[in-house]
Design a binder for this molecule. Structure first.
Ligand code: 4NP
Length: 157
């Protein structure tokens, strides 16, 4: 089993979207028995909460239901359990690398490094922006998800 963890700050916008989009892709590719997907936040502000209603609505418009997800915080054992810990922005990346036990740094990436033309870029936080921000998040994550599944296929499947 290959395990993928999407990570943002609050675990109520970007990483739940990553989890939902990537799970849907994994299911469509018939890989749900090979790839496990989860998400978490680096901060504790929203533990136990459902995704932001605006994220839920934007995902639903693309046929993805993320309403059952509940926010949790990244914990140390995530670095043992997961093969990919994918940060949505550089701040998340820095937080993950601070928490990361020595020797597991290779598991930590910026999510958009897997996108076609988005290497080194960040998924912008839509929490304070609203509106189109949630669509932008979905577009960026959908593109990078395709690259991510190819990376997993090449390395592990
Ligand atoms: P996320 O967005 O990291 O994409 O879940 C945020 C949600 C909440 C907060 C910040 C970002 N907050 O400060 O409460």
């Amino acid at each position: 089993m290959i395990r993928v963890l999407f990570v943002c700050l609050g675990n109520i916008c970007r990483s739940p979207t990553g989890e939902g989009v990537f799970k849907a892709l994994v299911n469509n590719e018939g890989l749900s028995d090979r790839i496990e997907v989860d998400s978490a936040g680096t901060a504790a502000y929203h533990i136990g909460e459902a995704p932001d209603p605006r994220s839920q609505y934007a995902a639903k418009k693309r046929g993805i239901d993320i309403s059952n997800q509940r926010a949790r915080r990244v914990i140390k054992v995530d670095f043992e359990r997961f093969d990919y810990l994918l940060a949505m922005d550089n701040k998340n990346l820095a937080s993950l690398l601070r928490l990361c036990p020595p020797g597991s740094e290779h598991k930590v990436h910026l999510m958009l490094d897997f996108g076609k033309d988005t290497h080194g870029q960040e998924v912008p936080d839509p929490y304070y922006v609203g509106g189109k921000g949630f669509e932008v998040v979905l577009d960026l994550i959908e593109d990078a998800s395709k690259g991510l599944i190819e990376d997993i296929r090449t390395k592990y499947l």
